[in-house]
Design a protein around this ligand. Sequence first.
Ligand SMILES: Nc1ncnc2c1ncn2[C@@H]1O[C@H](COP(=O)(O)OP(=O)(O)OP(=O)(O)O)[C@@H](O)[C@H]1O
Ligand SMILES: [Mg+2]
Length: 321
Amino acid sequence: MPRDELLQAQLPFTLREADFPGLGSLYRGKVRDNFSKGDRIVMITTDRLSAFDRVLTTVPFKGELLNSLTVFWFDKTKDVAPNHILDVPDPSVLVVRKLTPLAVEMVVRGYLTGSLWRDHQAGRGAQAYGIDLPKGLRKDEKLEKPILTPSTKEAVGKHDQPISPQELVARGTLTQKQWDAMARMTLDLFSAGQAWARKRGLILVDTKYEFGTDPQGKLWVIDEIHTPDSSRYWIAEGSEERFRKGEEQQMLDKEFFRQWLIRERNYQGEGPAPQIPDQVRAQLAGKYLELVEKLTGTAPDLNVGDTRARIEKALKAKRYL
Ligand SMILES: Nc1ncnc2c1ncn2[C@@H]1O[C@H](COP(=O)(O)OP(=O)(O)OP(=O)(O)O)[C@@H](O)[C@H]1O
Ligand SMILES: [Mg+2]
């Protein structure tokens, strides 16, 4: 089936919510439905698409595409840092070791962009993180070496706050030893991610990791890694030239949809949620598919059909249900 037709054909079969109470107690994020029971969590990546912190529509195959990226990256980096994956019973589903999350997002950045650029412009630099940046840096400039800009993980509805390692330790969120180990793993993971992305024609600009501990106190990487939901990617080709000319970088993340919303719907998160036409949903699916192909170098095997039914079958086959 031609690609456009395939993506169109899947439009009626997307997964908005995973309702499998038998899997355990549900924690619903913006994108994932997480079912926790005993010492494991079943994480189902749905096809929900959010922008400006609101769920606006579903996108064909998005769940399995994003989940396959996390699986790809965790597999690639398993010797760099231990991760929580136990099983992948379905392309949209992870079964993970339930750990005690540490309440910090380990953000790591290779370039001066996004919120850090805004802070820098406002004269605050990276002081909130205990870092002195050189004065004359420009927007999107490559940093001499990657920097850690952690933030606290606040309760739902509250904004995460920038914080320095010293403060994290002083507050007792982490021990110094944990910080040191997490900092090292974060930089190693980021460096592995950047090197791979570069080979594939992409720049991994920044990303964030989360860590958890087991009862023995061992640190594990949890959550998702190097997905477009947790990372910023730019197209490598022409990137230096764009920087020199002061042009915007070409993003390979959710920016495409954000800009469509602003341009076509005058929507920036306020007021009633706009309708998203099927054509745009299918186009977005194409974007996610391109990203996965570009990064992994292989075409995922996508099959039209009811996503919920497929997942249920896979979970039953492996006795999770
Ligand atoms: N192995 C694990 N053990 C325990 N908790 C985990 C593990 N992996 C991830 N988590 C936690 O599970 C939750 C997953 O939530 P999810 O990502 O679906 O939504 P969210 O982070 O609240 O919001 P968003 O949709 O913006 O990401 C996060 O709080 C994450 O820290
Ligand atoms: Mg999350």
